[in-house]
Design a protein around this ligand. Structure first.
Ligand code: LMR
Length: 398
């Protein structure tokens, strides 16, 4: 029967990592996948994480199953980070959270829950969006529609087009929103725009599904959550899929969460019971380690302060690389204006390079970026910067 199976296309992001690993050139650079590198080109384990792990190793007494919703203290801590502890959805007990395997796992649980327990069959995603969104949602059976988001000429947000497209959505449709550090463009809404969007969702009964994978990589943990909090102040129902891969550097622990906010406590609690049942059917219950690390850090004021300073260091280093990138492109003779790269948030820069230029960068220079032109600034260092800029200058000169 397997003779009938056709080969899958390479994944647009993880497939690049496979190709990069197989590349024999020594001066190759991987700016495809969003993984933070420090100045020495390593992806470090945070000190706060190591300290929490040491504590867990000495104190953990059992490897018994978790419940379907995972580590309870973790789930409460997630809500505090997302909404702020005093937010009304928490006060009103309208919010429930289940630990889930990373951002992808959380999004998939959300999509499966919606498909199994609501009449909603459509989700709107931004154009462009993270390369895996289409795969996740269509695998769950949702129809994926696009709303305009990015304006190539200005390298900015096309907010009017976004609102116009979402105005044609049907009651109950899901709207996928990037909480901050939009992937791949790095362009976010301002607070007034979040409010306008929230008003539209309320008026048209659209259900926001936040993909929140970069909290703390934009302006800061609190600042980056403002959009979500504005929306949660306005709309009665929403879902959040968040990930701690990047901001805790816990990539391979697959640690995220799915959060549901309902109209009232009963509706939210009923929905959560079905989310748990969905989880039972997918993977039963989550692995413990990532949830325990995060909850240990967030419950200890010293560890939390250390984590926040480590996160700040990552955020600031990426900011420095943005500035250096723009300067180095100029120094390498690039005449086009790339100053917009300094305005973008998060790990990525949406360069505007064409597919052909992206291929040339890879084939001729061993510089790997995503086909959309997305470059992981988080993978740049002072050492690899000249290699990268020389290659980009060469492909732009053609
Ligand atoms: C990315 O966008 O590079 C990351 O979110 C990693 C991934 O799984 O694609």
């Amino acid at each position: 029967i397997f003779s009938l199976v056709e080969r899958a296309a390479a994944d647009p992001i993880l497939g690049l990592t496979d190709a990069f690993k197989a590349d024999k050139r020594t001066n190759k650079v991987n700016l495809g996948v969003g993984i933070y590198k420090d100045e020495s080109g390593q992806t470090p384990i945070l000190k706060s994480v190591k300290m929490a792990e040491a504590k867990l190793l000495s104190e953990e007494i059992s490897k018994s199953y978790l419940g379907m919703e995972g580590v309870l203290a973790y789930n409460t801590a997630v809500q505090g980070l997302l909404f702020g502890e005093a937010h009304r959805v928490i006060q009103d007990k309208r919010v429930f959270t289940a630990q889930a395997p990373g951002g992808t796992g959380s999004l998939r649980v959300a999509a499966e829950f919606v498909m199994r327990h609501t009449p909603v069959r459509t989700i709107w995603v931004s154009d462009p969006t993270w390369a895996n969104h289409q795969n996740i949602f269509s695998s769950a059976g949702l129809e994926v529609k696009q709303y305009r988001y990015y304006q190539a000429q200005t390298h900015g947000l096309d907010f009017e087009a976004m609102i116009a497209d979402l105005s044609s959505a049907n009651i109950g449709d899901l709207v996928l929103l990037h909480g901050c550090c939009h992937n791949p463009t790095g362009i976010d809404l301002n607070i007034e725009q979040w409010q306008q969007l929230a008003d539209l969702c309320l008026e048209k009964s659209l259900v926001p599904l936040f993909d929140f994978a970069y909290q703390g990589f934009g302006e800061g943990v609190e600042e980056d959550a403002q959009g979500l909090r504005v929306v949660a102040n306005t709309v009665p129902e929403l879902l959040v899929a968040n990930s701690f891969s990047k901001n805790f550097g816990l990539y391979n622990e697959r640690i995220g969460a799915i959060t549901v906010v309902g109209n009232d406590e009963t509706q939210a609690s009923n929905s959560f019971s079905q989310i748990k049942s969905t989880i039972r059917g997918l993977y039963s219950n989550p692995p413990a380690h990532g949830g325990l690390i995060v909850s240990t850090i967030l419950a200890d004021s010293g560890l939390k302060a250390l984590w926040l300073s480590e996160l700040q260091e990552m955020r600031e280093r990426i900011g420095q690389m943005r500035t250096l990138f723009v300067q180095s492109l100029k120094a390498h003779g690039v005449t086009q204006d790339f100053s917009f790269i300094s305005q973008q948030n998060g790990m990525f820069s949406f360069s505007g390079l064409t597919k052909a230029q992206v291929e040339q960068l890879r084939d001729e220079f061993g510089v790997y970026i995503v086909g959309s032109g997305r470059i992981s600034v988080a993978g740049m260092t002072k050492t690899n910067m000249p290699v990268i800029c020389k290659a980009i200058a060469a492909v732009l000169a053609v």
